[in-house]
Design a protein around this ligand. Structure first.
Ligand code: BGC
Length: 452
């Protein structure tokens, strides 16, 4: 069976290698990452496992380095240890995986791919096209994954009819977290509209509290922005921008409004804005230095890891205008095919991740919800239940996160994030300027295969 699968992977790889786009990506990556692996990146890397390493250890690349993220990783590592398989951790710091994705590419190109990796979003289609990923069909079919998973997640882990990743959980991005103690003390209710938001922010400012925590780090700014786009327009328009890369959509008045809202929110943020990692901003919310924070619910995992309690110390509502919607990022692990000596351990890890106890415990720590469509709701707090209800409404209510790699490839994501960040930092830039730039990014990328 192993041989057959090996051959399948190889045969498919041969056909897929014909995809010139993948080879262009590969070459670009080769040149780019030859130069971008910094000594700092190298210093964070543990020694690589030799090809002959016993199958009872799996090296796993990921970017889960905060307290909440570590707790979630520990769930996986300890479950794996019960099966006598060692989780060899290769954690690359950097929110949203900016460092990890570079290190991973360099490892793969050096022929030193890890056995498993956090590999979110559509990028794993490219790796799978190159025949690099282990196909998990023989685990997924008897495990009933198709029936157990939300349809969106099931189609995400598929590439050309094969299952090439295992889903860990679903993060919601359009959350407005707030410090419950401050809100209670000042008699404030969580804002559900933008008018309420401004009223609440005004009162907080008057009380000497920063209304909204925010870092100037590009991906964090863009994470807020994509939630504002969803608030302005709903998932259909959001998809025409970030999934279809439709140049015309970027000139729309809805885009102008979302940009204006992003800039207007600066009034409620700390000044001057500093480039701080997301756990530091979460800390500001926890300590009461800031009263609200828009962030993916990995921030909730962090608050819980610090001993805070949902609905006592903090709580969450959807960002105004997005209560029905779910801006999502699905965390997935993919396995590299390698020499197949690790295949039994890799398959065991995939099976464990898809088991109900692991889905529940991992996601409680991570702040996310299980990828299962019918999880144990009694084990969820109010934020997780709201996330699950919104996601359960189906694809018309779901929006794939651009920043967290669910909507477009790395090139489009990076280009859009950089422009949004520039607009946010430069108050003199007109909305029409950035809209023109974004439209031209979309136009140039649509020439390389995207729809116009
Ligand atoms: C990932 C999360 C992670 C977050 C912060 C997101 O892209 O999906 O798992 O916690 O980045 O680094």
């Amino acid at each position: 069976m192993i041989d057959k699968r090996h051959a399948n992977n190889r045969g498919d790889a041969k056909a897929r290698a014909a995809s010139s786009r993948s080879w262009i990506v590969l070459l670009a990556v080769l040149y780019l990452f030859k130069y971008t692996i910094s000594t700092a990146d190298a210093a964070t890397m543990a020694p690589l496992s030799p090809a002959s390493q016993a199958a009872a250890a799996l090296q796993v690349v990921h970017w889960w380095t905060s307290a909440g993220e570590r707790k979630a990783v520990d769930v996986l590592a300890s479950k794996l240890a019960e099966e006598n398989i060692q989780w060899r951790d290769l954690a690359i710091p950097g929110g949203a995986g900016l460092g990890a994705s570079k290190v991973l590419k360099s490892m793969v190109l050096a022929g030193k791919a890890p056995e498993a990796t956090q590999l979110n979003g559509i990028v794993f289609g490219e790796w799978a096209d190159l025949g690099l990923l282990l196909e998990l069909d023989d685990i997924a079919a008897p495990g009933n994954w198709q029936k157990l998973l939300f349809p969106t997640v099931w189609s995400l882990v598929h590439n050309r009819g094969h299952v090439v990743a295992v889903p860990l959980g679903i993060h919601r991005i359009n959350n407005l977290f707030y410090n419950k103690k401050i809100f209670d003390r000042l008699g404030l209710a969580a804002p559900r509209t933008w008018a309420e938001f401004d009223r609440v922010a005004e009162k907080l400012k008057h009380a000497g509290i920063t209304p909204l925590a925010q870092s100037s780090e590009a991906w964090q700014v863009a994470t807020l922005f994509e939630a504002l786009v969803l608030a302005e327009s709903g998932p259909a328009y959001y998809r025409s921008l970030f999934v279809d890369l439709n140049p015309g959509a970027f000139g729309d008045a809805r885009m102008t409004h979302a940009l204006q809202r992003l800039r207007a929110l600066k009034e409620w943020m700390p000044a001057p804005l500093k480039e701080r990692p997301w756990p530091d901003m979460t800390r500001q919310l926890a300590s009461g230095d800031a009263a609200m924070f828009v962030m993916g619910d990995w921030a909730k995992g962090e608050l819980l890891a610090w001993g805070l309690t949902t609905d006592q110390d903090f709580s969450c509502v959807a960002l105004p205008g997005t209560a029905d919607y779910h801006l999502y990022s699905v965390d997935t692990l993919a396995m590299f095919a390698g020499d197949y000596s690790h295949q039994p351990a890799q398959e065991k890890l995939a099976q464990l991740i898809m088991s109900q106890p692991v889905q529940t415990a991992y996601n409680q720590a991570k702040g996310a919800i299980p990828a299962w469509r019918s999880p144990d709701l009694s084990k969820m707090d109010s934020c997780a239940r709201a996330s699950w209800s919104a996601f359960s409404k189906g694809s018309a209510f779901q929006a794939p996160s651009l920043v967290h790699r669910m909507a477009a490839d790395e090139t489009a994501k990076d280009a859009i994030v950089a422009e949004v960040h520039r607009y946010f930092m430069d108050d003199k830039m007109a909305e029409s300027d950035i809209q023109r730039k974004l439209a031209s990014i979309a136009r140039s990328l649509s020439k390389t295969g995207k729809q116009e």
